[in-house]
Write a protein that binds this ligand. Structure first.
Ligand SMILES: Cc1cc2nc3c(=O)[nH]c(=O)nc-3n(C[C@H](O)[C@H](O)[C@H](O)COP(=O)(O)OP(=O)(O)OC[C@H]3O[C@@H](n4cnc5c(N)ncnc54)[C@H](O)[C@@H]3O)c2cc1C
Length: 452
């Protein structure tokens, strides 16, 4: 579509970041450390993407092992440190085994992101959606829609696509694999939060074990039409409140208008099926009510761009290290999918010996695209590798690397793929990023977070 006649305003920037999720927000913070003008656009009215729309736990900071290691650092630490200042985090063992999670207050996180995104080099536009890319090359011209001013353009020297769905790459004609085309796509989940839980009574009655038994019983007997027999309900920073990852919506395409509408409705319907189940069957939950549904249904994967390198399951499972690694990941493959018998299941596969793999810079650089990076869940990986490398400590690390890389490429006037990798790794380490597995075992007790 030609938008030229409808463009009402034209802006220019040096580094443009699409999407203020965990990847995009950190990319903007990293890019703002240079001397360039950085612009971050977000379709919703608040930052954080999935981190604030539906979740409350950062996974991926620690390896899942009896001797856990902290393997992510730098700007992601800064986010947690800020939350820690006001008592808005605690460390929590993972229900199924993704390692210790950093639980946070997602409403506070919105404000922390706002605060961290306030910088003289950085312009943030909310309620602004990328709808087209008119040119890509030495500079890219992106078209946005804001309901107040209509269509406007931003011309950028460098673009970081952190939209989750790889919208920039899609509109720019950069090749990608769409989840579901080659292997079943991971399911979607509407998270919900409930108040008025008697956690003491719940723990006394068996806690997590009791919950899983009752869920399985209800699922198998059909006493409550639950979509799955497993799921997490965990305490939040807000006293007496719990948050869930329990809803499961399968076989619907998040990039299809009708199917995504149906998915949103189905996710909400299931949430209230769960509310009835909790009130009727789970000790300590007799008086609960849902106090919030996620802003939108959670989407685990859509488009995965073909990059200069594609991370594979073999890379993850052999704890492979790459010369151009820009962060570490020790998370297991956690693949939420529909099972053969129509129900649901999650497939788990661990990196051996509690180890971690290094993620190459080239997974952030779309093939033959000059001045573009991808960061976050649209990075270049196969379905399995993506199912391991998608926790938020890792998506934040992608943003950190992409943001610094964009600055270096402007400094040296080089394309994304030609930047000096050692310089990038030095800049990452200076910021506090971790590129070698540490020897030290981390303190993952409830109050074990140490400000970095
Ligand atoms: C159900 C579910 C449970 C999960 N559980 C956990 C967990 O407990 N812990 C964990 O660490 N990870 C978890 N993950 C994984 C993790 O949350 C995601 O992989 C990660 O948050 C993705 O971050 P992102 O920045 O790439 O994308 P997103 O968080 O999706 O951010 C993309 C941003 O771009 C914006 N955007 C999209 N399109 C446009 C456009 N065209 N124009 C402007 N803005 C746009 C979006 O509004 C959004 O803010 C879970 C994921 C799901 C779906």
């Amino acid at each position: 579509m030609n938008f030229t006649s409808t463009i009402l305003k034209k802006y220019k920037t040096d580094i443009l970041i699409i999407g203020s999720g965990s990847a995009g927000s950190i990319a903007a913070m990293a890019a703002a450390q240079g001397k360039y003008k950085v612009t971050l656009v977000e379709r919703y009215g608040f930052p954080g993407g999935t981190s604030t729309q539906m979740l409350d736990t950062f996974y991926g900071f620690f390896t899942p092992s009896d001797t856990p290691k902290k393997i992510v650092g730098g700007l992601p630490d800064k986010v947690v440190n800020e939350l820690n200042k006001t008592g808005d985090i605690f460390l929590r063992p993972n229900t199924y085994g993704a390692g210790t999670g950093v639980n946070y207050n997602p409403e506070k996180l919105k404000q922390i992101w706002d605060q961290l995104l306030t910088h003289k080099n950085l312009e943030v536009y909310y309620h602004t959606t990328l709808v087209a890319v008119e040119k890509i090359g030495e500079t890219s011209v992106c078209i946005f829609f804001h309901k107040g001013i209509g269509f406007f353009s931003i011309t950028a020297k460098r673009v970081i696509d952190a939209s989750g769905d790889a919208d920039f790459c899609h509109w720019a004609g950069i090749p990608y694999e769409k989840a579901g085309d080659m292997e079943p796509a991971q399911s979607m989940t509407t998270s919900f939060r409930m108040a008025n839980v008697d956690l003491e009574a719940y723990e006394k009655a068996g806690g997590k074990k009791m919950l899983q038994e009752r869920m399985t019983e209800a699922y198998e007997s059909g006493s409550h039409p639950l979509p799955r027999k497993e799921g997490s309900a965990h305490e939040m920073c807000q006293p007496g409140c719990i948050s869930t990852i329990a809803v499961k919506v399968v076989d619907l395409d998040p990039l299809d208008l009708e199917q995504m509408t149906q998915a949103e409705k189905e996710g909400r319907r299931q949430a209230f099926v769960f509310e009835n189940f909790f009130r009727a069957e789970v000790t300590g939950y007799q008086n609960v009510k849902i106090i919030g549904l996620s802003h939108q249904i959670g989407v685990r994967e859509t488009r995965r761009v073909y990059g200069e390198y594609r991370l594979t399951k073999e890379d993850c499972m052999s704890a492979k290290q790459f010369k151009d690694k820009v962060f570490l990941c020790g998370a297991p493959i956690e693949d939420h999918r529909k099972s053969d018998h129509g129900g649901s299941e999650t497939l788990w596969q661990y990196v051996p010996d509690g180890d971690s793999y290094g993620v190459p810079y080239r997974t952030l650089v779309p093939k033959n695209s000059m001045n573009t990076w991808v960061a976050g869940r649209c990075f270049s990986a196969t379905h399995d590798a993506h199912a391991s490398c998608r926790s938020m400590a890792q998506t934040m690390s992608m943003g950190q690397a992409a943001g610094l890389a964009a600055v270096l490429s402007l400094d040296a006037d080089q394309d994304a793929i030609n930047i000096d990798i050692e310089k990038l790794q030095d800049s990452l380490i200076r910021l506090g990023a971790i590129l070698q597995m540490p020897d030290k075992v981390a303190d993952t007790s409830r109050n074990g977070w140490v400000n970095n």
